[in-house]
Design a protein around this ligand. Sequence first.
Ligand code: SF4
Length: 231
Amino acid sequence: MIKGFRGTSLVDFPGKIASVIFTYTCNFRCPYCYNVELVNPEYYQNLETLPEETILKELKRRKGFIKGVVITGGEPTLWGKKLVSLLEKIKVESDLAIKLDTNGSQPELVKFLIENKLIDYLALDFKTSPKRYGEVGGNFEKVKKTLFLLEKFLENSEVRITLYPPLVGFKELKEMLPFLKGIKNLALQKFLPEKTLKEERVKPYKLEFYQKIHAYLEEKLPEVKIWVRYE
Ligand code: SF4
């Protein structure tokens, strides 16, 4: 399940120094995805799988210094019971706060994790307008359910939108707006034209465009804290 581990991160868990666990495989195919090694089987089958025990030991060793652990991917929720078991062990052995990054495709599992207090922070990627979800290989009805679940966390959650020009412009944002009304935090992420899943030349928006989008969303979502991540 685990193909990567970063011992210390200052940027992946808001307000906490955290370790990051990378799971592999994903059921979406976002063209701008830069975790190609974790999504494309051609790459991840050649990556070493890290034993869970090693990761749990590493977390214990860092306890006192790190305050949290981020589970990211790929799409971690595809691991179902294996993910549940890992989170339970982290809670019992290290008692760290857990942040889960998800594409929102497995609301039933997210509900279970919330109800069993196995996650403390939820970050959900909202990819594009509902009617265009098929283009990333997703089912918006599932994502919508996860969005409603996320609202339970309010302070301890964020929705993230990657401003990838072919999938997210003003038209799409307008159609995404009704689903953002109940959230608390919204992170707008710049698209980075690095090594991506779909090898194509896409130019990111210019700085002024990010500012325009930011101002537009602030006007439409006065209750939501919005920030732009430029890296
Ligand atoms: S959901 Fe995330 S990991 Fe999966 S393809 Fe999209 S960006 Fe990549």
